[in-house]
Ligand binder design. Structure first.
Ligand code: SF4
Length: 362
């Protein structure tokens, strides 16, 4: 049996049934692939269903406002994916007569689509022979063929792609790719360093590829794949200042839309004070009170400072402190970047996962 036959044979018995498999609608497959980047399948599934029911055709997505798309995306993180999805849908409608591109190059030219996603859409929707290479495929191939090239670089991608092209069943590139992804994720699992039991933790004990697997034969399962040196994690210190006041029966707050070229562009949050270092305890109360007065021209009647919460993003940790301040009357002045908003409207705005967490804890 060939490598491809063994992997596909395993897949036919053990592969996952997923709503975006076995379909040829390139638009749906594209949605699923963008949603699943950096997202677990269980979480991605509900967002996929939400997107295809809210925007059943690419024209529906293109016609929606950006805020609406961000709201549909809320909770998934990495919001640039939603903005790119929206921009690409508009490009397809405005410049491609509403037809999803049907070549690898055409798909790759869409905003937010890289080589992995283009290969996935091209093979799943159009059965074009482009191998998909995600973290699971890297792990499986590097172990089975004993490849020590550090993954995550263009050079590694090219090397793995060339090998996979030779291994691929060209009649069934879609099935081959799905089989590779599932095999890597379900059978050839990451080595659990704590347990140090590779055969049990990685699935080598019952693996149909064990007879040909170089890492298994040479006892190197825990050493592969080799990862490129890690990028250091940076810390950012966010003080969110939630300023509230009451007018008749309505509670108000100040909000602003992130507009700069930074994370969470286009999402809403309460006023933010970002610092290079955490505020020293001795100084924090007076600094925060001065800042509140600078924002709204009034002193805080009460101020509640919540304990810091660490929010992890790729290559950076956000240390966020939520401060709730009450002022006795409406602000005397409001910076033009801010907007006064009845509290009842807050829930309709797209916000980051961090903002959602902080807001729900207050
Ligand atoms: S034998 Fe182990 S390391 Fe090799 S392919 Fe199978 S599960 Fe992966």
């Amino acid at each position: 049996m060939t490598f491809s036959e063994e992997v596909i044979g395993w897949y036919e018995e053990h592969g996952r049934q997923l709503p975006w498999r076995g379909i040829s609608n390139a638009y749906y497959i594209w949605l699923s692939e963008i949603i699943l980047q950096q997202t677990r399948i269980e979480q991605g599934r509900s967002y996929y269903e939400r997107f295809i029911s809210t925007y059943p055709a690419v024209q529906d997505l293109a016609a929606a406002g950006e805020e609406q798309v961000l709201k549909t995306w809320q909770g998934l993180g990495y919001y640039s994916r939603a903005r790119n999805l929206h921009a690409a849908a508009r490009h397809i409608v405005d410049n491609l007569d509403g037809r999803f591109p049907d070549t690898y190059e055409g798909i790759l030219a869409l905003k937010g689509v890289g080589r992995y996603t283009a290969a996935a859409i091209a093979s799943f929707a159009y059965k074009l022979p482009y191998p998909v290479i995600d973290g699971n495929v890297y792990r499986l191939v590097s172990r089975c063929f004993g490849i020590v090239t550090p993954i995550g670089t263009n050079a590694a991608y090219n090397e793995f792609e060339a090998l996979l092209l030779r291994l691929m069943d060209k009649e069934r590139p879609d099935v081959f790719n799905q089989a590779m992804m599932d095999f890597g994720s379900m059978q050839c699992r990451p080595f659990n360093v704590r347990d140090r039991l590779p055969a049990q933790t990685t699935g080598c004990g019952q693996c149909v590829l064990a007879h040909r697997c170089i890492a298994f034969r040479e006892g190197k399962v825990g050493l592969l794949p080799v990862k490129s040196s890690a990028v250091p994690v940076k810390k950012r210190y966010f003080y969110y200042i939630d300023i509230r006041w009451q007018e008749k029966d309505t509670e108000w707050l100040l909000a602003h839309r992130r507009a700069d070229d930074d994370i969470w562009r286009g999402l809403y949050e309460v006023p933010l004070l970002e610092l290079r270092q955490p505020l020293p305890e001795s100084d924090a109360d007076s600094r925060l009170r001065r800042h509140i007065e600078a924002i709204c021209g009034r002193q805080a009647d009460t101020m509640e400072v919540h304990p810091p919460l660490v929010h992890k993003l790729t290559h950076r940790d956000i240390v966020a402190v939520y401060v709730v301040a009450r002022i006795a009357a409406p602000p005397l002045r409001v910076d033009p970047s801010l907007r006064a908003l009845p509290l009842s409207e807050w829930g309709r705005l797209p916000v980051s996962r961090l903002m959602e967490r902080l807001f729900s804890k207050r």
